[in-house]
Design a protein around this ligand. Structure first.
Ligand SMILES: [Zn+2]
Ligand SMILES: [Zn+2]
Length: 174
């Protein structure tokens, strides 16, 4: 005759389940809120310290990137050497070993200089092909060069110092 209490137990447990998952959701929401506020504070602090907040010796930052030409993703660039390099993984790895690649020196230009790709405000050369402002994409529309970081187009992209976790896009397109 142990079946009835066991069934009650089971019912009690299933009744409890939604309550504990509500608790979990509340916890996740609280966690997300904390992360959001923390992120905003971090941004505010970094924003005020401004340009000097580049990488230091011993840091190891990663900024994934992709190259888009007329809407098509270009295959990953080959691995490149140096303190600011990639492993053929389309990620900029920034780990300064000297002051030559710390702080304001750790620019996109410094990274590009190690690669076979060339990017200027009017020209993008990659994979043995060069695309210039006004060159037509296959759909006939003229393209131009832009560089986006976290979805935002940059004016002086060559001077930009990528932050850890930045997502960079080198784009030629309409
Ligand atoms: Zn790395
Ligand atoms: Zn590395």
């Amino acid at each position: 005759m142990a079946s009835r209490p066991r069934r009650q137990e089971r019912r009690a447990r299933t009744r409890q389940a939604p309550r504990s998952s509500t608790g979990l959701v509340a916890l996740l929401v609280a966690g997300a809120a904390i992360l959001l506020v923390g992120g905003l504070l971090y941004r505010a602090v970094v924003g005020t310290t401004g340009a000097s907040a580049g990488p230091r010796i011993g840091d190891h930052w990663h900024a994934p990137f992709r190259i888009m030409v007329c809407g098509e993703r270009v295959p990953p660039l080959p691995a490149t050497p140096g303190d600011i390099h990639s492993h053929g993984d389309d990620v900029i790895h920034i780990h300064p070993s000297t002051s030559a690649t710390t702080g304001r020196n750790a620019t996109l230009a410094a990274f590009l200089a190690t690669t076979t790709m060339r990017v200027t405000p009017t020209e993008l050369s990659v994979g043995g092909r060069t695309y210039r402002t006004g060159d037509a994409c296959p759909d006939g529309r003229p393209g131009r060069v832009s560089v986006l970081v976290n979805g935002r187009a940059l004016e002086n992209f060559l001077e930009y110092v990528p932050r850890d976790g930045d997502r960079v896009e080198f784009v030629f397109g309409p």
